[in-house]
Design a protein around this ligand. Structure first.
Ligand code: AMP
Ligand code: ZN
Ligand code: FE
Ligand code: FE
Length: 270
């Protein structure tokens, strides 16, 4: 059966595969389609779409926008967005500026804690798309300041860590509006991680049209719960591996895949 992985990241955010490598890997893993969902950037889309055409695999232009509501991080997936939409690209440029300044702030906090990490070490690991905490953790491992990515988060940069600096995060309503305004479909990412199912009706009112029911960290019971919720609320269903390459070494591309039929349903809803 033809299948699709509808949640992947490239080096343009915090994945370790280039867009070309990712598309090639998708072919190797026998996927009929993948969606590119880099955090807060569209930089990987056009190169991936181009590779997809060359290799004969469908590449869906997408994104994963970071938003925040009541102090919790809400990730909003976008599918079939226009990566050249001016309102979207302008907002992404300002988010990026904030993310760059935040790297300096985190590095300063780390230095205050006796951890000698230079901002340049972090920027060296990003390719000019989205830069964030996973790059910091990778730079810390590379510089042997910590033994693992997990340790970097546990001791320093996790949400409650001493070197944490919060990112600028859009209100979910604005993230959803940006995706819709660029012609895309907005979908709530990995709902179980939020632990706030009570907010789902609000997100639906804000324009969410689908929910990511299939996700590596969702148990079968949770998958069923969100499938049922989708059906009751007339929502589309998506799913994917949240592939990051080296940043999440246990997650292989296509580990979670959905029947291609769900892609057709997304298209029909455009
Ligand atoms: P940022 O958007 O820069 O705040 O970075 C968030 C990213 O950091 C997430 O998408 C995860 O990939 C990663 N992350 C956050 N918390 C952890 C953690 N405890 N362990 C490993 N990675 C994490
Ligand atoms: Zn990520
Ligand atoms: Fe996410
Ligand atoms: Fe993701």
């Amino acid at each position: 059966m033809r299948s699709a992985d509808l949640h992947t990241h490239t080096i343009c955010s915090d994945g370790s595969f280039t867009p070309e490598e990712l598309v090639n890997e998708a072919v190797n893993r026998d996927l009929a389609a993948i969606s590119i969902n880099d955090h807060d950037t569209v930089a990987g889309i056009l190169p991936a779409v181009k590779s997809g055409k060359e290799l004969g695999i469908e590449v869906i232009p997408g994104i994963e926008l970071t938003s925040e509501y009541e102090g919790i991080e809400i990730h909003i997936l976008g599918y079939f967005i226009d990566p050249e939409n001016p309102a979207l690209t302008e907002k992404l440029a300002s988010l990026r500026e904030y993310r760059v300044s935040r790297i300096y702030k985190i590095a300063e906090k780390l230095n205050g804690l006796g951890v000698r990490l230079k901002p340049e070490d972090v920027f060296d690991l990003s390719v000019g798309g989205t830069v964030g905490r996973l790059h910091i953790a990778m730079a810390m491992v590379k510089r042997r300041l910590v033994g693992s990515l997990a340790e970097a988060f546990q001791r320093y940069i996790g949400d409650r860590g001493p070197a944490y600096v919060s990112g600028f995060r859009l209100p979910p309503q604005e993230a959803i509006a940006l995706i819709r305004g660029s012609g895309g479909i907005a979908v709530l990412a990995h709902p179980y991680l939020l632990q706030r199912d009570d907010l789902i009706p609000l997100f639906i009112a804000n324009g969410i049209r689908g929910i990511e029911a299939y996700y590596p960290e969702h148990s079968q019971g949770q998958v069923n719960f969100y499938l049922d919720l989708a059906q009751k609320n007339g929502l589309l269903v998506t799913g994917g591996s949240d592939f990051h390459g080296k940043g999440k070494p246990d997650i292989k591309l296509g580990l979670v895949r959905v029947p291609y039929e769900l892609v057709e349903k997304l298209k029909a809803a455009l």
